[in-house]
Design a protein around this ligand. Structure first.
Ligand code: SF4
Length: 204
């Protein structure tokens, strides 16, 4: 399966301390996408499911894992691999939030197995209003597993969308729902302060 990165603890894309998994490849090409570097399938990012699960196992053996967030890229581009991944992850937690640029109606019921929350629809730059969990207001939050409705209602009641930064080598991976001009603003500030740009990666 083509996986761009795995991060822990992700706290801004769903409740609790989560393992975030970013897939490679996306056919939607939304204008203003925060992750255009994930549009192409990168052959060097092909990872066997057991290897990915071993990484999850190692994290979960040492840390609290409250859930998973799968984003990308377009996770459903790798439909069968995604199904296998979701099924395996449910051994650790049933709270599995998946982002997709497709509308839920374009997916099959079998695609939705093991997903607790689905956030669907393409990103529309003009509709980025800083909503919690959603890049743009056209996107919908589908609570597919009713056991998690209260938890997500509580999480969403804090309507500030938050950002979380992870250091990766000399780069910063900035995770969360960013304002449309976030990347330009950060680049400008770094330039003003004479900082070497090791790269700011923005991950929705
Ligand atoms: S916003 Fe999401 S669905 Fe749209 S192009 Fe970017 S990764 Fe793909």
């Amino acid at each position: 399966m083509y996986i761009a990165r795995v991060l822990y603890p992700v706290e801004v894309l769903g409740p609790g301390k989560r393992i975030g998994i970013w897939t490679c490849g996306c056919p939607h090409r939304c204008e203003g996408c925060a992750n255009p570097e994930l549009w192409e399938v990168d052959e060097s990012r092909n990872i066997e499911l057991p290897v990915l699960l071993d990484l999850v196992r190692r994290i979960a053996s040492e840390k609290q894992v409250d859930g998973f967030t799968i984003t990308g890229g377009e996770p459903f581009l790798q439909r069968e691999e995604l199904k296998a991944l979701l099924s395996s992850l449910s051994a650790w937690s049933d709270d599995i939030l998946v982002y997709t640029g497709y509308r839920k109606e374009q997916l099959q019921d079998s695609d939705l197995e093991h997903i607790s929350v689905l956030i669907d629809g393409p990103y529309i730059k003009g509709k980025n209003t800083g909503l919690q969990l959603r890049g743009s207001s056209n996107q919908r939050i589908h609570i597919l597993d009713e056991r998690y409705r209260e938890l997500y209602d509580l999480y969403l009641s804090d309507d500030r969308s938050r950002i979380q930064n992870f250091l990766e080598g000399t780069s910063v991976i900035s995770v969360g729902i960013h304002r449309p001009d976030f990347a330009e603003t950060i680049a400008q500030r770094m330039q003003e302060r004479g900082l070497v740009d090791g790269g700011v990666q923005i991950d929705a």
